[in-house]
Design a protein around this ligand. Structure first.
Ligand code: ATR
Length: 292
């Protein structure tokens, strides 16, 4: 084996149905820019293979893993340590393999923070509605509650029992904020009317099912709304198209992708993330896939 092959380390993304992911493009471009000897792979595995895959990651040359849909919560009991913040959130999206010890972090929080920062004064004291109740929704609720202090966060999800669990849990973590679970479309529509911010954390709208969006039928977006879709492929989702048509403020998932990726990259490599290189690589890939 050559010296360079010996030193090569592995990074990867772990999830299921990963056709949409741009993490390999972003991290590979970043490693190349800094001349780092990493290979980035895609681990698209079914749920019954999760435990075995985690155990293989622990024993092989993987330095780090980005975790995505649908494993941000179910991976937690399978790893060795979880940071205090990721424990409070109840979701892990980044794992560092520290000589066989798998440590879980949540870097989505930073992605949410930088995406919403320009709109902080329109969130504080107002009402935010979050669609979805998975790991991404947990990071969004945590980041919004901790850094933007709205008066209310309503959670709406296809499986409303999950939204209820999330709302109850977060009510205890952030007692000064009202967490409400929208149990049906009527309640979600009422919440949209009074909300200043609408956030999609579900996979609805993601390529290849780009025609979907999470809002109940006949929901009305108005021009004072801020609409943030964490789906980044396509850049302008159906939800964001509706927002733009209504004259609302539309926030794409690109800064979230780059923000969470930056923090993960720094944990994996201990090097500063080359943000512009990463952004260029992501846009190039998205533009090409839109054209083809
Ligand atoms: P992650 O942890 O990455 O957020 P997840 O836990 O699988 O991934 O969460 C995905 C979210 O998208 C969930 O809120 C899921 O709703 P359920 O809790 O009802 O499964 C939502 N989602 C996925 N596909 C959906 C669909 N076809 N319609 C509505 N919601 C959907």
């Amino acid at each position: 084996m050559t010296k360079s092959a010996e030193q090569r380390k592995l990074l990867g993304i772990l999830g299921h149905k990963l056709a949409h992911t741009l993490s390999p493009v972003m991290h590979t471009a970043s490693c190349n820019k800094l001349n780092l000897n990493y290979t980035y792979g895609v681990l698209d595995i079914s749920p019954e293979m999760l435990a075995g895959t985690v155990s293989a990651i622990r024993k092989t040359g993987f330095r780090g893993i980005n975790v995505t849909v649908p494993y941000k919560q179910s991976i937690m009991p399978l790893i060795d340590e979880v940071t205090e913040e990721a424990t409070i959130i109840g979701a892990v999206n980044t794992i560092v393999n520290d000589a066989g010890k798998l440590i879980g972090y949540n870097t989505d929080v930073f992605g949410v923070q930088i995406s919403l920062k320009p709109y902080a004064d329109r969130i504080q004291g107002n009402h935010v509605i979050v669609f979805g109740a998975g790991g991404a929704a947990r990071a969004v609720c945590y980041a919004v509650a901790k850094y933007f202090t709205p008066k209310q966060i309503t959670v709406a999800n296809r499986t409303s029992a999950k939204a209820e669990v999330l709302a109850n849990e977060f009510s205890k973590k952030f007692p000064s904020i009202t967490f409400f679970c929208a149990k049906n479309d009527q309640e979600a529509k009422r919440a949209i009317e009074s909300a200043s911010v609408i956030i999609n954390t579900t996979t609805l709208g993601m390529s290849p099912q780009t025609h979907l969006h999470p809002l109940p039928q006949n929901s009305e977006i108005h021009k004072e709304h801020i609409v943030f879709d964490i789906v980044y492929n396509p850049i302008e989702t159906t939800l964001l198209k509706l927002a733009r048509k209504a004259g609302a403020t539309a926030i794409t998932g690109i800064e979230m992708l780059i923000g969470q990726g930056a923090k993960a990259f720094e944990l994996f490599t201990q090097q500063p993330f080359p943000t512009e290189t990463a952004r260029d690589a992501v846009f190039k890939e998205l533009t090409q896939s839109t054209i083809s």
